[in-house]
Ligand binder design. Structure first.
Ligand code: 9PG
Length: 480
């Protein structure tokens, strides 16, 4: 039996005892999310520059276990006690004998649920949907994405051939990922796309698929035209310097101040042309940047500022465009997006042990922690489409073994979001048949308990990958 109570306050404490495990919920899509042993030291990502894209950098070196919006404990009897924020900017820590929930600014409501893991998380999801809204849900998504095969090395020719090859497989959406744009921040096509966005969208739609496009509308590279023209629209720190929002694509990026009056214009410039060109699915990436700490035009809490930005994006895109969030604060994104990435990037390898072991960073591209993190976010599936990232069918250009590829495929079936980046031309006939079946066949999924599922009568057990903790090397007595 589940019991639920609503508490209010800037801080709430829920006494807990006989704790065997703590559920740590990472801030955004890529952040580490799992049940952990409370006797272990909290993970501190070794390289400071990586911290914003590993988890919330504000709490990166906290000495106690904690997570974003929600936390839970499992007790010796097997029951679960969950404490979850019903507003933005909440954090839950396990501090001595209590789950402690705090809002970063102001006050709000909290849900306390006691019961089984499934019951307590289901109740939290329902309460979030009530408070933050939810989008109409229709069907399971199937998507072909260009990222995990061609990365940024795409062109009109490469995409054109792929569209033709993928067309017969039955995917709903063909998503053009990073690489089409002039620069991160300058959201117009580069010279590898001479027919422009309209030509690209039409090419996909003509082959019966929904055109999808990757955009990172809340960041700009420091050498982009947009950043040079509108420096005041970007987030600054207390010294007036632009906040560092990640280092990708060979240079630092900055984050849009979504409370700045001119920011909506920049969002319209990023999103509008794609929608006009017929892209009815947008994968919006690196979104957490707009919720980094900094000085904003309007002095509002950072997740409130983020929410303003994504609500503006929804207004610009309209109600009919499928918006997929990536690198996004999870709870603050609910009600605005149709789908959300629930783990770090997969990769055609299982684990990058040097990075996990020595840098304490499980959020770099790797299949193992992508599976583990996504498994711990499936409870979101009742309120938003949950994207566990792509599955691999190919053995070409892939170091995953058969079991590892099967784990990714089955996770996609369970999550109800079936995607791949495998070019049909890279597949042998058996792999191609397996991919075609994956796309066209809507499986019947039952959860048997914990991380065990039944898919079309076949039992699938994720317990080992979900529960085996990462082996971190302790650099320093303080764990840094
Ligand atoms: C395109 C990619 C793909 C992918 C996204 C995202 O921490 N990082 O520096 C970091 C870089 C890239 C990244 C995630 C994290 O990948 O998840 O699917 O769209 O961008 O650049």
């Amino acid at each position: 039996m589940v019991t639920v109570e609503i508490r209010s306050g800037a801080q709430v404490d829920v006494a807990v005892s006989d704790v065997t495990a703590f559920y740590r919920h990472g801030w955004h899509s890529w952040s580490e999310t799992r049940w952990l042993d409370p006797a272990t030291r909290p993970t501190v990502v070794t390289v400071p520059e990586r911290r914003p894209f590993a988890d919330d950098p504000v709490h990166a070196t906290r000495p106690v276990h904690g997570g974003s919006a929600v936390g839970a404990v499992r007790t010796t009897g097997g029951g679960v006690i969950l404490l979850g924020a019903l507003g933005l900017g909440g954090r839950v820590e396990l501090d001595g004998g209590a789950l402690v929930g705090r809002f970063e600014a102001g006050s709000g409501d909290w849900l306390v649920a006691r019961g089984t893991e499934r019951e307590t998380f289901d109740r939290y999801a329902m309460a979030l949907a009530e408070r933050l809204g939810h989008r109409p849900r229709n069907h399971a998504v199937t998507m072909w994405s260009s990222w995990y095969s061609f990365y940024a090395g795409i062109s009109e020719d490469v995409i054109g051939t792929l569209v033709d090859d993928v067309a017969g497989l039955g995917f709903d959406t063909f998503q053009v990922d990073d690489g089409w744009q002039q620069a991160v921040g300058d959201w117009w096509p580069n010279d590898r796309f001479p027919s422009g966005l309209a030509g690209l969208g039409k090419r996909i739609a003509d082959r019966g698929m929904r055109p999808g496009l990757w955009i990172a509308p809340l960041i700009a590279r420091s050498d982009s035209e947009t950043f040079a023209k509108h420096p005041d629209c970007f987030l600054r720190d207390e010294y007036g310097a632009h906040v560092f929002a990640g280092h990708n694509w060979g240079g630092p990026c900055h984050a849009l101040d979504t409370t700045h009056p001119a920011s909506e214009e920049l969002l319209a410039a990023a999103i509008g042309p794609a929608v006009e060109a017929g892209f009815t699915c947008l994968k919006l990436d690196f979104l957490c940047a707009a919720a980094l700490p900094g000085q904003r035009h309007d002095d509002v809490p950072r997740e409130v500022a983020y929410r303003r930005g994504i609500e503006a994006i929804r207004r610009i895109a309209g109600d009919d465009v499928y918006l997929l969030a990536c690198g996004a604060p999870i709870v603050a994104s609910l009600g605005v997006f149709d789908g959300i990435r629930i783990g770090p990037d997969v990769a055609p390898w299982w684990e990058q042990r040097d990075t996990t072991r020595y840098l304490h960073d499980v959020t770099v591209p790797n299949a193992r922690y992508a599976v583990a993190t996504s498994l711990h976010r499936l409870w979101l599936g009742s309120i938003i489409d949950t994207d566990p990232d792509v599955a691999y069918f190919r053995r070409r250009h892939c170091l995953l073994d058969d079991d590892q590829r099967a784990a990714l495929q089955d996770l996609a079936r369970i999550a109800g979001f079936r995607a791949t980046s495998d070019p049909p031309a890279w597949l042998d006939p058996a792999e191609r048949a397996a991919l075609a079946d994956f796309v066209r066949h809507q499986p019947f999924v039952e959860q048997l308990g914990g991380h065990r599922y039944r898919i079309d009568g076949r039992e699938v057990d994720f317990t080992a990958v979900a529960t085996e903790p990462p082996a971190f090397y302790d650099w320093h007595p303080d764990g840094f």
